[in-house]
Design a protein around this ligand. Sequence first.
Ligand code: C2O
Ligand code: CU
Length: 667
Amino acid sequence: MTVAGLTALDLVAGVAATVVWLGAGATAAARRSGLALALFGVAVAASLARVWLALALVPAGSWFVQEKVTLTLPLLLLAALLAGVLAGPRLISTARGREGASSGPAVVVPLLGAGYAAGAGLVVTLLIGYPATWSTGLITVALVAAAVLVTWRLVSASVPGLRATAAVALTVGLIGVGLAFVPAETTDTGGGPSGAMDTGGASDGDQMHHGQPVTALRGPSTPAAGGTARRFTLTARTATITLSSGRKVAAWTFDGRVPGPPITAAEGDLIEVRLRNADITAGVTLHWHGYDVPSGEDGVPGLTQEAVLPGHEFVYRFRATQVGTYWYHTHEVSDLGVKMGLYGTLVVTPRKATTEGAQQGASEGADLTVPVHTFAGRTVLGDHDEPFQQRVAPGESVRLRLINTDDTPHQFTLSGTPYRLAAIDGRNLNDPGELSRTRLRLPAGGRYDLVLAMPASGAVLRVDDRAGSLRLTPDGSRASGDSGADAPATAGDASAVPVTGEDTSGWPEFDPLTYGKPTATPFSGGSRFDRRFTLVLDRGLAVSGGRPMYAHTVNGYAFPSIPTQLVREGDLVHITVVNRGRETHPWHLHGHTVLVLARDGNAPTGSPVWLDTFDVRPGEVWDVAFRAGNPGMWMNHCHNLSHADLGMALHLAYEGVTTPFHGTHGG
Ligand code: C2O
Ligand code: CU
């Protein structure tokens, strides 16, 4: 069974154990000793089931059972043992018809106590999550003890040693509360050296990047030799946009349109974007998602710049060094800002349109960029909220650049023709094979580049089966492979080619880790790493931005309290991301492309996979690595931006780089 399945079963067993222990106590108190005995038996079984489930989870990684092994199961087993010893024999003898005090405190209190212990364990897992700390442990034990004492006092006139025991429980609880206020470490060195301002050990002795403010790490102001300067001005402002159906949506826009103006360049060009803010009162920045720009151009408010407020501007400059499909979006109140429309596409094509270049995305053939976003509950492709079509001459090569600008994954299917997935997150795959009848699940923030030869009969790209579609037609009429049911009537319909409905919902899901062919990588899972970090994602009570909340946590903390990951330029850095929760977390590190080393311990068997955003689904463990070659201060966060807003974000900082800003915002 999967980790997610075992975890779900464990929750069921936890609820069952709690309810049945409490039920046993309540029925015993009501003198229904036969029923109490039966419930006692079920409670013991449910408690043992929790132990068994925890053992079954151990091979997946200690993170999945940490709080169970150190706290909740010992507590439950101790309470169950006491209940068994104290209440068990009396329940049995009463059920056998012998006279016994099966409704007395010696039976009822231990049974209810086991219920409290079981319930407390459940609460710890759901409310606190990973990791259980001394603070959590002491508070939990004190609360269970207090509940037992109160119960005991209610069912019995006198409780021996009540005051003394209550005093001990109170003290233990207060120590636990006090420990909760011990501040977290501010940095995590990942097992590497820390020496904050010491430059002596820097791998390349490059003094430029040490003791430097991030604001000094800016891009060049000229293109590379042979490139041109491409200048754009984007003005952020509120606007009412009109989708293709005529539907009007109140949006936050760049230049009054959603998506914002496409930014395109050829490799080696200089991209210069002047961002102006007309009336977005929350402020705005530009972050170049997946583009490893110099840190000072990265657009993170409070870290690399201040948010641009109405009437102000900021100029971004960087060279188009990475070819491929990317996107840009605001990073100030990004959860709301991106949802409202402050995003656009960034596409960089190879400089030379050689034959190989055409494969990689040169402008030869049809090159369609398809950002998918949700507005007012509708799936919108570009600005199309209804099925639309695009004419492509048969035989022409087509490149479809799919971009997920939402918080959750989208499913894409392409019917009517085989195709190849040439690139993920802008990085070409090695020897990608032909795909057909396959479901492509694209993580939030991620990109897929599909390439195909336009078939004479047309093809249909569908999003989430029925939510949106783009048909490629040779002559502007309907394509085959399309049911036509969702198509608006068009003039050419009478003579359209026969349509065949294709149900794509059962198509198997594509796995990027088994696609294409292996090839050499600069490092691998067996490399010697300079730093190793582990990020355990969960939910729990935490303080984020001064507010206590039910946060999306990393190692038990929420932004900005999650220790900053410290690296040195040149380090080979290993990051393990563990999802203990029940939601998918699209993990995104700014400024770097990571190589996937393994998912759930299994290395990719196909092409190397370089990503900037990877979905860590419930119960999954991802191992990724990168070479620290882009000095600065970077966000490392979940790209479900509502999760980031609830704390799931941290910084990765290069030694010696400082920020003049408060650093506790991040957007
Ligand atoms: Cu596209 Cu910090 O994100
Ligand atoms: Cu998330």
